[in-house]
Each structure stands twice: as C-alpha cells, then as structure tokens.
Ligand binder design. Sequence first.
Ligand code: PEP
Ligand code: MG
Length: 902
Amino acid sequence: MAAHDPVEQKYVYDFAEGNKDLKDLLGGKGANLAEMTNLGLPVPPGFTITTEACKAYLTTGREPDGLAAQIEAHLESLEREMGRRLGDPDDPLLVSVRSGAKFSMPGMMETVLNVGLNDRSVVGLSNQAGGNDRFAWDSYRRLIQMFGKTVCEVPGEEFEHALDEIKRAKGTHNDLDLDADDLRGLVDAYKQIFAKHTGREFPQEPREQLDLAIRAVFDSWNAERAILYRRQERIPADLGTAVNVVTMVFGNLGPDSGTGVAFTRDPGSGAQGIYGDYLANAQGEDVVAGIRNTVPLQELEQLDKTSYDQLLGIMARLEEHYKDLCDIEFTIERGKLWMLQTRVGKRTAAAAFVIAGQLVDEGLIDLDEALHRVNGAQLAQLMFPRFQLDHEFEPVAKGIGASPGAASGKVVFTSARAVELAAEGESVILVRRETNPDDLNGMIAAKGILTSRGGKTSHAAVVARGMGKTCVSGADELEVNVPAKKFTVGDHVVSEGDVVSIDGTTGKVYLGEVPVMPSEVVQYFEGELDPDNTDDALVRSVHRIMTHADAARRLRVRTNADTGADAARARRFGAEGIGLCRTEHMFLGDRRELVERLILASGERDREDALAALLPLQRADFIEIFREMDGLPVTVRLIDPPLHEFLPPLEQLAVNVAVAQERGEDVAKEEALLAAVRRMHEENPMLGLRGVRLGLVIPGLFAMQVRAIAEAAVAVVRDGGKACPEIMVPLVGAVQELETVRAEAERIIAEVVGDSGVEVLIGTMIEVPRAALTAGQIAEAAEFFSFGTNDLTQMGWGFSRDDVEGAFFWRYLELGIFGISPFESIDTDGVGRLIRIAAEEGRAARPGLKLGVCGEHGGDPDSVHFFHEVGLDYVSCSPFRVPVARLEAGRASITTTGSDSR
Ligand code: PEP
Ligand code: MG
C-alpha cells in the first residue's frame, strides 16, 4: 500500500488496519470506526491520520515528513475501493474530514464535509444523485461555508447573512424552498465572501482542500474553547487529535434517506430498550442545528423497516462486542444504512450502577468488571439529596455542576447580605459574577453559590467543594448586576429575595423552590430499603457491587467519629471501627468552664480539681462510643488543638474587661482570664503549643484522658460488652515525646485494667514531616501509626490549611501547578513520599505495625488507591464517605482488562 521508506513512521491507518484499543494513536472515533469495519459493519471506507502526526505538526508548525505521501497512497487506495476519484467531474468521490481525540470533546474541534466538490465536480455529484441539482448545489454551498469558517476563519455570520438575503428575496423562511438556481446563486455569493476575506479564490483543487482541512483539524486542538474544555475535564494537553477522512454518505437525498443517533440503553437511568432520535432527509449537522424536530427512533420502523431491523441487529452486536452501553451515529442513504460512529457511551451515575448490574446478569461481564465500571465519585453523587423534578420545573439556565448537592434559597448578591439573611434563619443562594476571597463569609453563610463565570476550578468551585457546599459556576446565560441587586436570564428578572434552586450535580438553575427528596442509596445504607425486596434497580445494583467490593478489598474502612450518633451512623454505612475519635469537642459546651478552670489553675490543687471534674464526663463519652462500636477498634486521640482555642477571643475579652472596669465592677476573674489569653497567645498556633506538646506541658491532662479511656473500656467489658481502645498521641515529631507519654500511659492503664482482660494499644499520628522521616525510631514506641494527612500536607507544603484554599488555590489550579487541591487528594509525589518512607521504615523496625490514615484523604477516591498501593491496613473517613472508601478500596484490589470510559 503506502510506498514509503520502511523505517519511516506510519502516520496513516486504513480503517481496516486499526482497532478499538488504539485510541491513543487513532483517537476514539478512528479506533472505533476501525473496530466496526473489522466487525464487518457497514462503515463508509476511509482512513485515519494519527495523533502522532498531529503532535509532530503542533510542535514543528509543519506536517511531518512522509505524511503527504502516505495520505496520497491511502487516498488512491480509497479511490480504487470506491471506484471514484476525488474531484472527478463526472463521478466524484467526496470525503468528510473529522477530528477525533482519545477522549471525546464534543463540539470542541472541527469537521469539514463534502471535501472534493468544485465548480466541475458539482455537476458529477448531481448526476450521482440522479440529476438532483438542488442537492448538489446545496452540498457545494455547505462546503464553502464550512471550509471558509473553519479552515480560513471567514466570519460565519457573513454566510448566514447571504443565506438570509436569498430567502428574503424569495419571500421564505425555509431553506427547503430554495431551488437549484437559488443555491447556485448562493454559491456565487459565498465565493465572493470567501475571496473578500481570504484574498484568494475558493480552492478548486480537491487535494488542496483536503490538506488544508486536515491542517485546520490539527490546529483546532489548540483552539481556545478546546483548551478550556480540556482543563475542565482534566484531559491532558499533549494528546493531540487524530483526523478521520471518511467517504461521504448523504442522509439528505430524499425521504428514503436520513440520519440519527441511538443509545443501546437509556444513558439517564440505565433502563434497557431503544433510545434515539431520527431525522429523515437530513444530515447530522441539521440535527445538531435543530433545524427540524427529530422523531423517536422507533418511528424508523414505519419509514424503513429493513434499515431499522438492521440497525437493531447492529446495536445488539455492538453491545455484545463492547460489553457496554454504546452510543451510535448513523446515516441512511437511499435505503442503505451506514454507521458513522460508535463509542462506549457516557452515562449518569445511576445508569453506571444499573448498567453494570444488568451486564453481569446478562453474562457479558463479571463482578470484578462491574466494580471497575463504577467509581466513588459516582456513588458520592448518588448519596446527595436530589431535586424532585416534574414538568413544573424547567431549568432557566445551565452552568457547570461545580460542587454537588441540591440547594434552594433567597437570592443575594453580596457576602454581607448573605450573612445578614442567614443570621435571620433564611436559606440564601449567593449569586455573583465570580467570587473572590472577600466573599468567603457569604459563601459560608449561603446554602449554595451560583456564578455566571468560571469553570470547575474557579475560586467559587474550589472553595465550595472544600466546604461541601452546593455550587453551580459559569452559568453564562445569567446577566448578573450586583449594584442593581438583580440578575436577568432570558426573559426573567430575578431580584434580591426571590427564590431560586440550583443543582450542583447537573449545573441546572431553576426559578422558585424545587422540593428535595432524599437519596434512595442513603436510605439503603441506612437500612431503610431492603435491597432484596425492592424493585429499585439502582439500589439492587449498588448493593450487589458494594458486597463485591467488600469481599474484594484488602483495606479496612474505619470512620472519623466523636459522638455515639456519628459512630452509629458510620456503622450502618459499613465502618469497621473508629480510626479517629477527636476528643476536643468533648471540652466544649458547658464543659468550657472546667477547661477554663484547668487553664487558669493557680496551683496544682486547682488543676487536679478541674481534671477530676472532667474525668467522669470523658469516661461517659467513651463508654457511649465503645458501646456503639461493640468490640470494633476505636482509636481515641488525645487532645490536639491549642488550649487558647477554648478561651474567649482576646479582643472581645479586652473590651469586656475595659467596659466592666469603667463601670467599676469586680473584674478579678475576667482579668485573670485576659492575662491567661494574653500569655497563651501564639502567632502561629498551628505550629505552637498543641498535640503532644500540650500533654507534656500541662501536667495531668493526658493522664486524665488515658484514665477515662481505660476506665470506660473496663466498665463496658464488666457490663458484658466489648471494647477495643487504641490511644493515639497527636503531633509527635520525635520518639522521645512518645516515649514520655507512653511511660505514664502504660502505668495508668496497668493500674486501671487489672485483670479485666481489656487490652489498650498505644500508637501515634504521623503528621509532622519529621515523624515520617524518623519513623523507624518512632515505631519502637508505637503499636500503630495513623497518618494525619491534613497536617502532613500543611507542614509538607507549608500551606496553612485554614487559609490557602480560599485565598489562592484557584490561581494554582488555573496555572496547573496542581490539578486538584492537595488537601483534597493526596499529593503522591511529595506528601505521599513521606507516607511511603514512614510505612517502610516503620514496618522494618516493627514488623506487623498497624498502619492507617485518618486525614480527609481517607475518603478521597484517588487517595484510597494510593493508600492501598502503599500497603496501609485501613483508611478512616467521615461517616458519609465510608461507602465511597469501601467501593474504592474494592476497586483498588481488583485487576481488570477493561478500560475506563470517559
Ligand atoms: C490530620 O492532621 O490529618 C488529622 C487527622 O488531624 P486534625 O485534622 O484533627 O489535625
Ligand atoms: Mg492533625
């Protein structure tokens, strides 16, 4: 075939030479056209120019050596196969030139149809179409229009105006009323527009048309909209696009022709059946442009039963072959069916679970593959409450689903107003063009955030996700006018105080309050829906896949919980223990007073009194939690935050004291408090007196907690229950810190547990980089490590965890310094390396050392895969994320050959 040097790189593949696994090289469309060709399905013949050719072109600015000759050779062979030549005045071959990257980027890149038409071959095309002049001239004018716009950047409106002009002259609104002469006149008008803007005639040489169209597709990879889309979808920028050169087939040759799209199952719900649309006597671009209304695919049965039956047969064949939902584009040319595209179809989260379950039932895939086909992000989406939508609610705008959830509330336009109204108990939606750090208070106060600009990594999106708050960003149909306190969308004007509803999953915006319904998946996890006794296909499938994930996973999943209620819910969600019980909340509320006494204690006696009063309260807390967890391990962390957090803010206190002094009141107590707050004030409290440091500085504090834990465990066991406490020391950086705490703790434990049979482990958090780097030493004094990835990220990067995400991460994301906040998903290269070192050196020093993670990353899907790979024993996360972690831990354990669909 190609007459090129054998060592020369192969840049062009005939459809018969490729297959579906060559997406990197041939792009999704090219690889699947090749696959269908090899299955013997009716694909119009053609060839694919590889992404490698595109990359070479984009790097050097010119087509790589050998490409032109390879195209020539493939074109000749295509002409032989079709028995037609490009540009032949009597019987021309026409081709389309279509982009096709590895990941689908709908509408982002270019396509040129009807390449090969010129002043002479237009006559030949008319002959081919049985003397249909109108069709031939319409095809020609479409070529000049598309070619002009995409290849030569002629403003599209100019062509539109010329078309409108001819329709006006003819007194019609309908393209179909234009006859062959009108269209011939339009071709002349288009050629003039083309010449005016490009300074040259419309190229008559078909090969030149082809080369320029290919080049335009290459260039479109770097079009602004394509760059933006890639950034949003996290598609790497260096993949390049392939170019498919495909023999033209026409769906606009009369009533026995047409075009359509189809899905092999419902991509919305996963339900089985035939889903699609058909448009008779039209080309694909007419469907996209919405020129006429499509009919349901089922109606094709009446119009052309042979093609319909053939199409259903092909759809079944494709499903069986791809073992997945496929979407399809097809054209019928005078009763002959042609397949123009197929791919594994995108689907909603619910459909992903339902379809995976169905395919197992149908014997097409096994449970491992079903597990591989769904993911934690989808499961998390299914756990959010949803809007209960019926026909009364039509969205008025659609932006980007930036942070999932469903929120309704009164519209406000400023942060201050959001805070005010929220304080009055109102639900508010903060609407801005885009947010900036000054909006933070408003964002905290709002139920949801709606912006008219910005994508998935805009300030609004990043901060809202960090807060777990519903956000729709980039709803660009909204005209937001902050000074006038209103926005307009279409014909609607929405003023401050009007109610809107936003869906952070779909990005849709509704006027008025849309009722919210709970997630059936959460009802299932809560035990309120019996998976064996429901006709809800989603719940049945989630149950089945979760059960398989649990059987497959090696990682255990625990929860972060510090109340009995949280612990109970987490258990219902499948938690196998508590990985982090933060004890600090137990020092708040009406216990604050005792803590103040502890901090202000003027002598040993005072302090001991305060601790003695706290002891029974702490013991009761732990008893409740141990009972809920019924023998599952419970890691209780000794108090961590700086003590001054338990005291009133300095400024407020200073004012109170001054005012009281002014009034001549007795302020001795307040003065002592103020002095203590001043004494304890720190410039960098996160790096100050907290964690183990506090335990070493305040005598008796950790001892009280250790005693409370041990006594609680003994009490539960004496009551016939089970308790498995693990005491965890926070913020350790040196083994000596841990040894000191450990010595005292062991003494107390031995004294309390006696012969009760209670066993208490003592371990440490690894959350200071120095601890990770000296893990071998620290393991000598620890029975377990739990990685505190929040602090490890904070101290590893030097990022204040409370400030930076809202302050400047949006800029870092925009610049691509990282693709996702390292507080959200573990930075495997840096922070992850610290974890690897600590795991390896810890286990080398103490074989069998138990390893877990309890920072926020424990419930993040990608991070769970990393923790699996590093060999941790468990992850611990908030109760709501326990199912996500179970699913992802299962996915991390299986190996499948299937590829991810995107
Ligand atoms: C951590 O630092 O990751 C951790 C779990 O502790 P905290 O978030 O309470 O500091
Ligand atoms: Mg921490």
